[in-house]
Design a protein around this ligand. Structure first.
Ligand SMILES: N[C@@H](CCC(=O)N[C@@H](CS)C(=O)NCC(=O)O)C(=O)O
Length: 232
């Protein structure tokens, strides 16, 4: 059995874009897992893996082997469980690595300040001080001020950052081609993040990316669609 250490906020919501990547990857591979909820400040729960961030997985069927970091987890899953590959070839892995880096920097860089105060508002009460302190150090100002400043024009920047994906999807149903693979799970995790903790509508209703998102939310018996949202 695989245990996924999964970020939890209030109302048992699971917002982490990186944990979403791993959940979708596990389901893609048909692997059964149990999710162990971990709050922002519960570092003791993942210390066994030498990690301070989520996701972490522990595979009891493989001697309790632990892997940290969503990208490393994806690589390891394909190595340990070659059926139903997340990548499938060296060039597919290379493409996915680019998407991973682009999402983590360009997309998350634009998105994070747009929702940072909303994340704080949804963090469990016992995690809020840790979250505020660590993120205000990163942003150099109060969370509310950072979010208010980002909302002034930042959503348009974020939406234009997604333009390469619109072009990719103009000729195919998934970022990876005819079927979803890890690059799709990377960006689906990004979209599920604000959906879980913020009223912000990341995509304009007329955005062609909505058709792709609908396909992603339907995967694996509606895993993403069934997840509690900010308003549910
Ligand atoms: N590169 C890492 C990033 C993981 C990450 O930053 N996770 C956040 C949750 S979204 C976290 O665990 N933060 C804990 C903290 O801020 O202390 C990955 O892909 O797994």
């Amino acid at each position: 059995m695989i245990t996924l250490f999964d970020l939890v906020v209030s109302g048992d919501r699971r917002p982490s874009p990186f944990c979403w990547r791993t959940k979708l990857a596990l389901r893609h591979k048909g692997l059964v897992y149990v999710a162990e909820p971990v709050g922002f400040s519960e570092k003791d729960k993942i210390a066994f893996a030498g990690s301070t961030t989520l996701p972490v997985i522990r595979d009891d069927g493989r001697g309790g082997h632990a892997v940290k970091d969503s990208w490393q987890i994806a690589l390891w899953l394909d190595e340990a469980y070659p059926a139903r590959p997340l990548f499938g070839s060296a060039s597919a892995t290379s493409f996915a690595r680019f998407v991973n880096g682009w999402a983590d920097t360009a997309v998350h860089g634009a998105l994070f300040p747009l929702v940072v105060a909303d994340i704080h508002a949804h963090a469990r009460p016992q995690d809020q001080a840790y979250f505020r302190d660590s993120r205000e150090k990163r942003l150099g100002r109060p969370l509310e001020a950072a979010q208010a400043a980002a909302r002034d024009g930042g959503l348009a920047v974020l939406r234009s950052t997604l333009e390469p994906v619109r072009r990719q999807l103009a000729g195919q149903p998934f970022i990876s081609g005819d079927a979803p693979a890890y690059p799709d799970y990377i960006l689906a995790g990004t979209v599920l993040w604000p959906r879980t903790i913020s009223p912000l509508r990341l995509l304009d209703p007329a955005d062609p990316l909505n058709a792709w998102l609908d396909r992603m939310l339907d995967l694996f018996d509606g895993l993403g669609r069934k997840a509690p949202t900010a308003s549910s």
